[in-house]
Write a protein that binds this ligand. Structure first.
Ligand code: SAM
Length: 451
């Protein structure tokens, strides 16, 4: 929902399982961003969703979803930095905590220009940030309409003692111990609340839980990154290799699960019915450039048509590029926020092959390397990106597409047999102010290269 911790590809599997099992009670001991709870809410037979988490962040969201008035206090620093910030209703509290959690890392790094700039931006524009978070919160709450959700700001061990036969437990424990405290130190120093006691969920704790689920007749799905040792009767039923070295894994004690093969799903596509830039269309310095945010399925329609790649992924947000009203290219971008990174990640950037121009794909790169684009991306993700990065696999040590526009930042030679020889990381070279500037730069450098 907010930080997107459970990837969509895992959610699809979990939702399929819940729809098959039709449980009355779903327990989520580690709520995080409430992704599993949102899935359970989609299953008509689920009557109760019982969930816990011990972090202030999840608790604030949990209180909001359950209309509970959590008790918090805020420091003078927050009062000074955000004069008039409300903390009266559960929605006020949730929005504020989410906002401050995002900023926590910036506050913790004084003296680093990048973080200081982001903080200054947030301080100057905080009401807009908060309003956007409120909208997301309301959208999330609407998904629980008519469902009984019971959230407790409590150690998972306590709630799990109540597990009963037939319950489904969606078990996604933390992978860093006490790391959350370090990560959000500033937040915890500035927002007071009565934090619950909690224990580290180590291997031994997990095994105790698994044993208890078996004994009580509860069905559990345990999500882990990469395969791990498990008790007998807990097969690996879901395996999805998302990078060279890591896999999403799910183990379960449900004997009737069809294993998920981890094959990537066909992309969802929809034709927006736009006219494509054709051979007769000339691009000039006076051409009108429009970059319009759309649902990913519209962008995927063009990606599937234009990109020859077996494993296209549907991540990030999509924008279509129109020149003089004609469909010209796609920009799919995801945020660097999850890596606390100032670079927006360019996931996909194809241009139409129907035009007269040989180097039209470089126009996409010039347009994405503009402040005008970054402003839209930053507004969308509520994170300040100052540049763009992309990763390419290639048989060659350089990519012709990015050369001359982006800068080669890192080259890794791959040793995997049958795979591409190189992984190349590129960074944007220069951020031009506007789309018009990007267009002009492309016209000067590549506009005369026609087919
Ligand atoms: C991996 S995240 C869960 C992510 C979640 N499935 C989602 O999709 O957003 C783990 C969560 O466990 C919480 N946590 C850590 N120790 C806990 C404990 N002993 N009891 C309850 N929650 C705990 C952390 O605050 C964190 O939000």
């Amino acid at each position: 929902m907010f930080l997107g911790t459970t990837p969509h590809i895992i959610s699809q599997f979990v939702l399929r399982e819940l729809r098959n099992l039709k449980p009355e009670v779903v327990r989520v001991p580690f709520s995080g961003n409430f992704i599993f709870e949102t899935l359970a809410a989609q299953v008509p037979e689920v009557k109760r969703i019982i969930c816990t988490d011990v972090s202030l962040y999840s608790s604030a969201i949990g209180w909001y979803l359950t209309d509970t008035h959590g008790q918090i206090t805020i420091s003078e620093e927050i009062k000074n930095d955000y004069p008039g910030m409300k903390i009266e209703t559960p929605e006020d509290i949730a929005a504020m905590v989410i906002f401050l959690q995002d900023l926590s890392v910036h506050y913790s790094k004084p003296g680093i220009t990048y973080y200081e700039r982001m903080l200054a931006h947030a301080k100057a524009n905080w009401p807009a940030y908060i309003e956007k978070i409120r909208e997301k919160l309301r959208k999330c709450k609407a998904e629980f309409q008519g469902k009984k959700i019971d959230f407790r700001s409590q150690d998972a061990n306590v709630m799990l003692r109540e597990v009963e036969k037939g319950d489904v437990v969606l078990y996604d424990p933390p992978t860093i111990f006490h790391g959350y405290e370090k990560l959000y130190k500033w937040l915890h120093q500035n927002v007071g609340w009565s934090a619950p006691y909690y224990s580290d969920i180590v291997e031994e704790t997990r095994w105790d839980h698994f044993k208890m689920f078996d004994e009580r007749g509860a069905v559990c799905y345990y999500r882990n990154n990469n395969p791990c040792a498990m008790p007998e009767g807990w097969p690996l039923v879901y395996r999805y290799k998302h990078t060279e070295k890591s896999e999403y894994c799910i183990y379960t004690n449900n004997r009737n699960v069809k294993p998920w093969v981890g094959k990537r799903e066909k992309l969802r596509t929809k034709d927006p019915g736009l006219k494509l830039l054709g051979v007769g269309d000339e691009i000039t310095a006076e051409s009108k450039v429009q970059v319009v945010q759309v649902k990913n399925q519209y962008a995927n329609h063009y990606r599937v048509l234009w990109v020859k790649k077996a494993d296209m992924v549907d991540i990030g947000k999509a924008w279509l590029v129109l020149i003089d009203g004609k469909m010209t290219g796609v920009l799919m971008i995801s945020s660097g926020q999850q890596f606390s990174n100032e670079f927006a990640m360019l996931v996909s950037d194809p241009a139409t092959p129907t035009s007269r121009y040989k180097r039209l794909s470089k126009l996409m790169l010039f347009l994405v390397s503009t402040q005008e684009m970054l402003n839209m991306v930053n507004d969308e993700f509520l994170w300040e990106h100052t540049g763009v990065t992309t990763s390419v696999t290639s048989e060659h040590p350089e990519s012709m597409k990015y050369r001359g526009v982006f800068q080669l930042h890192k080259r890794t030679e791959n040793k995997v047999p049958g795979g591409y020889k190189y992984t190349l990381i590129y960074h944007s070279q220069e951020i031009l102010p506007t789309f018009k500037d990007g267009l002009k730069r492309w016209l000067d450098k590549f506009g005369n290269q026609v087919k």
